[in-house]
Write a protein that binds this ligand. Structure first.
Ligand code: SF4
Length: 360
């Protein structure tokens, strides 16, 4: 079968409801025309989500410390532990930031930081409890696999118990951050001290089995192979088959933060192909988000016509990545309308029409 014919056959089978194999996904990634994938992805997107609507949310990012001993090659945010150059935020400082977010009508907090061995477990639970007690309506999405795996070591408790303690203190959901590419070869290249593929998946599985909903992503545009991209997507689909705890998938590309890793420019057609392929392949994840902060407005708008149904932003503060996101709810609404859709605000857990999940 020639390549185009095989592409058509795979897309026809997918649209007929057949689950796409990893081998077929690789074929589409290597040989599919991005417009063909886009047309099929829009059809699937419209079956899973209302065709005329695009959702958005608003939240405050607080990076509670920038000390980190993981030393990912691509990270310009961290300061070396013990260098005296970094910061740890106190609970009061974090509460002030949440208060600012409340005044901007954004009752959701995304709390994340480096892995700082100088912080005791009580720091995390006290911080969560302080936010929960002062702002019970705020949804707290917190930490990442690498941070909770560190807490597991720090406390000597099981991961189940670590999550139970975090939940009891006020954590409501768990972001699937730090996945980059889920193969050990790429993790060794990019961040050898970070959680291995299996460890990352174990943390996600455990969180979701404890009822914490998550997002997932891919970060590509370094020296990953095509096979590794498909392996990554396959692992996320398997995770979701096991837990049903993944609400969304976000394609990200590496940004030029440091010169310590090999960066490859991802062309717009490749970005759009990833949006479409993920929509077609991740048949068990309802939402594909486009990060306007990473894609930019022009490519982000196109992505909404290639299978994405959510724009994620605006983010009130982002230290890890400075870029060109949407800066307000008004800007997000206008962006979605100009792209030809009706904007719908949603909470972290995708409750439509809600600004937060607490109290709903
Ligand atoms: S990306 Fe996160 S884990 Fe990696 S060095 Fe930066 S702060 Fe640490």
């Amino acid at each position: 079968m020639n390549e185009q014919k095989q592409t058509t056959t795979i897309l026809d089978r997918t649209l007929a409801g057949e689950r796409m194999s990893s081998a077929d996904a690789l074929h589409l990634w290597l040989h599919g025309n991005f417009r063909d994938l886009g047309n099929a992805a829009v059809e699937v997107r419209n079956r899973l989500n209302k065709p005329d609507e695009v959702s958005y949310t608003a939240f405050r990012v607080v990076n509670y410390t920038n000390y980190c001993n993981v030393e990912c090659s691509f990270c310009s945010f961290m300061d070396e532990v013990g260098s005296g150059k970094g910061y740890n935020l106190s609970a009061d400082e974090i509460l002030r930031k949440v208060d600012e977010a409340m005044r901007l009508d954004s009752p959701q907090l995304f709390l994340q930081g480096g892995v700082n061995p100088d912080l005791p477990m009580q720091y995390y639970t006290d911080t969560l409890a302080a936010v929960r007690d002062k702002f019970p309506e705020v949804h707290i999405r917190a930490f990442s696999p690498v941070e909770v795996l560190y807490m597991e070591k720090l406390t000597g408790k099981s991961l189940v118990d670590v999550f139970a303690g975090l939940k009891a203190a006020g954590m409501h959901s768990f972001p699937g951050a730090g996945a980059e590419i889920l193969t050990d070869r790429m993790r060794d290249i990019l961040s050898p001290k970070k959680a291995s593929t299996d460890e990352w998946l174990r943390a996600m599985r455990t969180a979701q089995q404890q009822g914490l909903k998550s997002s997932t992503n891919i970060v590509w545009g370094s020296e990953e192979t095509d096979d590794e991209i498909i392996a990554h997507l396959t692992r996320l689909r398997e995770l979701q088959d096991a837990t049903s705890g993944v609400l969304s998938f976000v394609p990200w590309t590496f940004q030029a933060q440091t010169k310590k890793f090999r960066l490859r420019k991802v062309a717009p057609h490749e970005y759009l192909k990833m949006v479409s392929l993920s929509r077609l392949f991740l048949d068990n994840i309802q939402h594909i988000e486009v990060s306007i902060m990473v894609a930019g407005k022009q490519l982000g708008e196109l992505a909404l016509h290639f299978g994405a149904d959510d724009i994620n932003s605006p983010v009130i503060e982002e230290n890890v990545l400075r870029s060109f996101g949407l800066k307000s709810v008004t800007e997000s609404v206008q962006f979605i309308e100009e792209a030809g859709f009706n904007p719908v605000r949603r909470s972290f857990n995708y409750v439509r029409g809600a600004k937060t999940d607490q109290g709903n």
